[in-house]
Design a protein around this ligand. Sequence first.
Ligand SMILES: Cc1cc2nc3c(=O)[nH]c(=O)nc-3n(C[C@H](O)[C@H](O)[C@H](O)COP(=O)(O)OP(=O)(O)OC[C@H]3O[C@@H](n4cnc5c(N)ncnc54)[C@H](O)[C@@H]3O)c2cc1C
Length: 475
Amino acid sequence: MKKADSKRRSPIFDLAVLGGGSAGYAAARTAAAAGLKTVVIEGGEEVGGLCILRGCMPSKALLYAAEVLHLARHARTWGLRIPKAGFDFSAVMARKNAIIADFANDRRKALCAGEFQFIRATASFVDPHTLALRDAAGAAPRSLNAKHFIVCSGSMTAPARVPRLDEIGFITSDDALSLRKLPRSLIVLGCGPVGVELAQFFCRFDVEVTLIQRGEHLLREFDADAAAVLEKTLRREGIRLWTGTKLLEAFRHGRRKGIAFQHRGRTRRVVAEEILLALGRVPATAGLDLAKAGVQTEFGRVITNAEMQTSAPHIYAAGDCTGPHQIVHLAVEQGEIAAHNIAHPGERRLMDYRLLASVVFTDPQLAVVGLTEKAARERNIAFRAASYPFNDHGKSLIMDAKDGFVKLLADPVSGEILGGACVGPLGGELIHEIIAAMRHRMTASDLAAMPHYHPTLAEIWTYPAADLAAIPPAG
Ligand SMILES: Cc1cc2nc3c(=O)[nH]c(=O)nc-3n(C[C@H](O)[C@H](O)[C@H](O)COP(=O)(O)OP(=O)(O)OC[C@H]3O[C@@H](n4cnc5c(N)ncnc54)[C@H](O)[C@@H]3O)c2cc1C
């Protein structure tokens, strides 16, 4: 009787979306616009998702403040007198908090605008078509049925795999982005985008930073030459960078915390006031009971095909919980594709990573799109490459932004642009010209012939493009 009652009460939705972050919101908006009766279930303490609350937006707000401080401290380069550029850390954080509060407010309003139903609860599968919803108040779970589901549950900080680190204590990027007081010194474990961005932020705010990386180079997914430029810059700014290490254990040193590691056959020990764990994030799927719905996972990652469909045909996934890249615009695209494929089963859309781009918002910024030289060699893809340095370019010399270069990869026969890399001023903006060029399958000659305003940073692309265009086609 009770069961029948609860079934009668729970509406049957066309689609239930688990998680109201970037992927979940994009999926729900697309599904509702296509006429599906949709519900979003969001179980986080706050509404807004990782990008807004603890990811892209707060980190970039803080990095921008660090860049302004850095420029003010180097004002003499431009003949300016700024006697002592200092900072009020509480004011820096207050500005960041105000910006984030605005973005989160907009997201909350959009989720509650009525296009779809929005429920605050934590969801888990009971069977392939039923969710159990638990609210924060701890009331008895209620059930919700839907014909289709999109899992958009995001990611969480990877557990600390360094012996004794849990016991010694550490902070994560979540904590680092909401500190009230700066530590005097910091050990950063991990040299992916989050690790290097935060390392530079803290260093520019006068924290003594030691960055420890397992591999020989930081940012191993990126163009190796570009990563080498960033390594040099970070060292010049005073970051102690150790690469090619093996982490041994964490330890206490009085009131401070330490890390022991092996480096070129010797054991080293570094000590600081705090340790920042930035060794990556893992899919947040443990509490979803996906097996009860027949959804297969691999090390927690929801396995999907290019249509974003899981092993259970009526269940899809999008965003960090499925990957393979933890990048916001891809999470959004995956959410839209999943919702489209549910709403329009006759006209399937596929994810395509040909235009995969990544940006690291350090100064200089690193940005890549498409093929890198390393990937081309590994996959035996023929290419030609040409590059041009920022220390020989008009606009970057005006800006005194001389570190780095741009690089283009092109097909040796057709001349089609296959990839681009940029390490330098506003690299994250500049890379979009190459994304547009690649989207429209432009050749190096097309790019070289395209008008570029002078003096701009963007016109730097015309030099490697012209070099590639001047080489006669192979074969
Ligand atoms: C410090 C940092 C900086 C970053 N910077 C960038 C950047 O510059 N550019 C970029 O592209 N990417 C960046 N990223 C990555 C980016 O933030 C993520 O790829 C993106 O936000 C993932 O979106 P999502 O929708 O998959 O997950 P989320 O936004 O995390 O959304 C998942 C939602 O699901 C909810 N949820 C989880 N489990 C349940 C459940 N059982 N029931 C109900 N709700 C649930 C969560 O509360 C959460 O709100 C950064 C990440 C970090 C950590």
